[in-house]
Design a protein around this ligand. Structure first.
Ligand SMILES: Cc1cc2nc3c(=O)[nH]c(=O)nc-3n(C[C@H](O)[C@H](O)[C@H](O)COP(=O)(O)OP(=O)(O)OC[C@H]3O[C@@H](n4cnc5c(N)ncnc54)[C@H](O)[C@@H]3O)c2cc1C
Length: 558
């Protein structure tokens, strides 16, 4: 070996510095056991008997191996192959193996079906909590999981379809092969409503459904048109809206025909999304694709609405998960990172930011799980009313609070928070998605008004639930008094719909926290969110808030 002419320099290059003050990676931890709020809410919302399953899922979702799958699935985007090498149309999207492994785990865990296959006390709350833990690892593959879960109420509206499809839809297995559904034992479902000329207003759909034949309880149609956003295009079938002679109707469109030939739902291209990249979303054309009618012809929106409502509910779970993971990352980092001689998490201004992030995350989870509890008790009419208005209010508020939350958590981590080897850029890019799809913000607020107009009982039930915390905090009582005045004012309702929806959401979140077990959290929430002149950024908690206690409660345990 040649000797260096500069022995001192060689030594210096080999040993430049010791890495210091860098927090350990947040991995091989239990996402559930480090989440005190989630643990308390498990029993509170009726899923206490499922605790062990949640502890197990917490260990799985905090494992380094699962976390790595999340990174891999996002680093390697899905690819569209329209044709095979001989020129045959295949319309196949190929995913990285990590995506398939995430899908397999989600479906084996029953995140797409457990409340349907194993109903009973706390079934929805258990699934919501498991999904909340799961989505913290990787959110994008949740899209097909959610659509498969949400399709059940719509599928069961047709007996023949329900008998044929539901057993395989419920199966706790994953089959990602591009083969006909008849060859598979486990199926996933998608949903295709949005067209180029309209997404919120699906009445503008131009895709036409031509009736073919009726046989064995199935009314077959041939669909011609396009769908501008079709996520998870490798799903085995899609719930689709199209114009039948009687008007907009709902159909189940399989990706392969029962005879084993390819159904002409052609993928034109994949969407080039800023986030949610592990999940494929596509633009498609329907060139005489076979589909079966579900529900009454001309009543498509009414038929698919329960599916839409459940996807909106899952958006709350997804955004709560994003906020929890962002909070955990921020607190973990700041506890291990020192600046100016002390851990960041011990410095007052950072404590103010961290505690505020934790408050938002806990309030989001409390609201979401209350909706899950309502689903568990859906045979009670009042709980059904609560779900109807509560889903629109919660979807609007929780999903819309997430992007700013992700950004603030990223800033807590400093420069490394922007780097792609940190989960924060992914959480940030994922954060607007739930707010926009499945009915964007304004649509949720208009839904709240519609519900108030058409079903005044729903608002009454919502307010009755909120009022259970009356007398628990003076700021809450003042807020309720002004909310009542706001509700009595009927002028300009549609212009004020966001303000009203936000206030309803805050009232419910405050009420749930006040009825919970942690007064430091409930008091801080009321002080920071129910007073006039609320600050616009996170990290403006008023004096007297017990930030250290709130941070301690939200800190992940490794
Ligand atoms: C990543 C991704 C995946 C998607 N996957 C699917 C899928 O699988 N299947 C599917 O069917 N769709 C899917 N979508 C489409 C999505 O549901 C629509 O983008 C969404 O419903 C909004 O429709 P639009 O884009 O046509 O916007 P528009 O309907 O044009 O709305 C634009 C804006 O106007 C607002 N607005 C609309 N009406 C009013 C009003 N009356 N008053 C005030 N404001 C109003 C909306 O809130 C929105 O902010 C996906 C979207 C994304 C981003």
């Amino acid at each position: 070996m040649a000797t260096s002419r500069y022995p001192q320099a060689e030594k210096a290059l080999a040993d430049t510095h010791e890495v210091q003050n860098q927090p350990p990676l947040l991995e091989d931890y239990n996402t559930y056991l480090g989440d005190q709020a989630a643990q308390e809410m498990t029993a509170r919302f009726g899923a206490g008997r499922h605790e062990q399953a949640l502890i197990d899922h917490g260990a799985l979702t905090g494992s380094a191996a699962m976390i790595e799958l999340g990174f891999q699935a996002n680093a390697h985007k899905p690819e569209l192959h329209t044709h095979d090498r001989r020129g045959h149309r295949i319309d196949e999207v190929r995913f990285h193996p990590a995506y398939h492994q995430l899908m397999q785990t989600a479906l084996e865990q029953g995140l797409h079906s457990s409340p349907w296959t194993d109903p009973g006390p706390g079934a929805h709350v258990k699934r919501a909590l498991k999904y909340y833990l799961h989505a913290q690892v990787e959110a994008a593959h949740g899209c097909p999981v959610t659509m498969t879960f949400a399709a059940m109420p719509t599928l069961r509206k047709n007996k023949a379809i329900a008998e044929d499809w539901l057993p395989k839809v419920f199966a706790r297995a994953y089959d990602g092969r591009n083969v006909p559904y008849t060859h598979k034992q486990a199926l996933t479902l998608g949903m295709a409503m949005t067209e180029k000329q309209g997404g919120s207003d699906v009445r503008a759909n131009t895709t036409v459904a031509h009736p073919l034949e009726t046989r064995g309880g199935l009314k077959s149609y041939e669909l011609v048109g396009h769908k501008y956003f079709v996520s998870a295009p490798m799903s085995d079938a899609f719930l689709v809206l199209a114009q039948a002679p009687e008007g907009l109707s709902c159909f189940l469109l399989p990706r392969w025909r029962p005879d084993g030939s390819k159904n002409p739902l052609q993928i034109q291209r994949l969407k080039n999304k800023m986030g949610n990249v592990a999940n494929a979303s596509s633009e498609t054309e329907l060139r005489g694709a076979l589909a079966w009618l579900i529900g009454e012809p001309g009543r498509g929106v009414r038929t698919i609405i329960e599916m839409v409502a459940l996807t909106r509910y899952d958006c709350m779970i997804g955004s709560s998960a994003g906020m929890r993971q962002a909070t955990a990352q921020a607190i973990h980092h700041c506890r291990h990172r020192k600046a100016f001689g002390a851990a960041l998490s011990e410095q007052p201004l950072m404590q103010n930011v961290l505690a505020d992030l934790a408050l938002e995350s806990e309030a989001a989870l409390a609201y979401t799980l209350r909706m899950a509890q309502a689903l568990d008790n859906a045979d009670d009419e009042n709980e059904q009313r609560l779900i109807r208005i509560g889903t629109a209010i919660g979807k609007y508020w929780i999903c819309k609070r997430t992007p700013q939350h992700a950004y603030e958590a990223m800033e807590c981590i400093g420069g490394s928070g922007l780097m792609e080897d940190c989960i924060m850029p992914r959480l940030f890019r994922e954060s607007p998605v739930n707010a926009i799809w499945e009915g964007s913000g304004n649509i949720q607020c208009l839904d709240v008004l519609r519900s108030m107009d058409k079903e005044p009982d729903a608002l009454e039930v919502f307010m009755a639930e909120v009022s259970l915390a009356a007398g628990a905090h003076p700021l809450f009582d003042d807020f309720m008094a002004s909310l009542q005045e706001e509700l009595e004012e009927t002028d300009n309702l549609s212009y004020r719909a966001r303000t009203l929806t936000e206030h309803l959401a805050l009232a419910m979140q405050a009420s749930l926290l006040l009825r919970g077990s942690n007064m430091a959290v409930a008091d801080a929430f009321c002080q920071s969110r129910l007073q006039p002149g609320i600050a616009l950024n996170y990290g403006n908690l008023p004096a007297g808030v017990d930030c250290a206690a709130i941070i301690e409660r939200a800190a992940p345990v490794q």
